[in-house]
Design a protein around this ligand. Sequence first.
Ligand SMILES: Nc1ncnc2c1ncn2[C@@H]1O[C@H](COP(=O)(O)OP(=O)(O)OP(=O)(O)O)[C@@H](O)[C@H]1O
Ligand SMILES: [Mg+2]
Length: 496
Amino acid sequence: MNPLVEVRGAVKRYPGVTALGGVSLQIRSGEVVAIIGENGAGKSTLMKILGGLVLPDEGEILVDGKPTIIDSVNKATALGIALIHQELNTLDNIDVAGNVFLGREPSRFGLMDRARMRSEASALLERLGLPISVDTPLDKLSLAQKQMVEIAKALSQNAGVLIMDEPTSSLTLSETDQLLRIVKDLRERGVGIAYISHRLGEVTQIADRVVALRDGKNAGDLAKDEITHDNMVRLMVGRDLDRIHLPAADSIGADRLIVRKLRTQRYPDCEVSFEVKAGEIFCLAGLVGAGRSEVVQTVFGTDPALGGDVTLDGVTVALGRPKAAIASGICLVPEDRRSVGLIVDWSVKTNMTLPGLAKYARGGLIDGKAEAEAAAAESTALGVKTPTIEAAVANLSGGNQQKVVVGKWMLQDPKVLIMDEPTRGVDVGAKAEIYELMRRLTSAGVAILMVSSDMEEVLGVSDRVAVMHEGSITGVLDNKDCSEEGIMRLAVGKGS
Ligand SMILES: Nc1ncnc2c1ncn2[C@@H]1O[C@H](COP(=O)(O)OP(=O)(O)OP(=O)(O)O)[C@@H](O)[C@H]1O
Ligand SMILES: [Mg+2]
């Protein structure tokens, strides 16, 4: 039987980079092919070729054995290929139902059939276990919920080939489980699935075959019984790499950031109190919707506080004013890099140095050389893969964009660094680099407040973990008392 789709020798060049240097891939009916590789290896580019978003410079695509040119998204849709994007493509001012059927609105007598859209969209949301109304505008949803809407949109196309580019990067354990169940169900119905993820545990659970890319080339395949964490890392990185193992904090000092009775807009009736000590990595864990991002955004001032107070080294921080927070030494690496973290049309350098531009001022002028040196050093330290630091951030791969956001705030010499999903979409090697930088900052006395949905990260990196459930902290655990089960119990509100 022919593969559903096959790519032969795809080449795609961009100025200064060869994104794909002759990659081949087959996707068969009823299999989940995981595509793995470091940030910038070419995974998304390969998927965009199948989705009709990028035309290869060389190479061939066969659909059901026949050479085919996929030169538009409509063409891909007509061929039964659906793509879930890595960077979400939802429209914020339209509701859930509208987003699910965007561009394919069902009609009746020439009019948009709103009732059918609503009922089909709500059936899909139910299947995904997403308890929201289809009339909710997207800007009221969290990043994870938007990601689920994007997934519902792809499912609504009933495609024969489903491409999922990091579908779980913002999801926590229970939503990920739900998604993996759906993937298995689709596989049973004969759908061919290409699944990209940096979460190797997930890949081990779901993949029938692994295809690894390295620097735009095929780096090797793994059959089902060869899929292990270590084998995958070896193919991606080209060498062995230790699992996350961060040394414990060497010296934890006094309370640096104290949050008392903070009330957020999302959960106005809940009060949240905690403190983060100098030299400590303090993590907020919990399910999507538990209110973790709202808490850190309220501390930082991008969300209004309904009550409570925050002090840094004993000095009160004005709430509701990010500028005041930054001036007092609090920085935030946001969860949603596209909308609040980066100006994607600007260069890597400018994105990294902008918030602290004053540091490079000499007699009223910006010292361009000092600015470039600082950005280049940070970009090298984080291993940002870019032809030059003058390249636009929009052209970087997803994981490399994330490194730029992290680098930007690390350059600010913060006293308190808040990181919301700091390694979303970042590959294993670069994760280790970010963790080491975090530890280096805490060794210098910085207090780090992290929100993370990645269980390996929560367990491997945090000195203490506070678990949230529906707006309240249900328990705080020391690293040595942490376990996945213990955190999950608190996350569903059961107490320890
Ligand atoms: N439109 C573009 N213009 C210039 N360069 C690009 C463009 N799109 C991708 N690239 C480059 O091609 C390479 C491959 O990028 P791609 O997005 O496919 O990587 P990826 O494997 O998906 O990485 P990640 O895990 O970070 O998402 C990167 O070096 C990237 O900077
Ligand atoms: Mg990608």
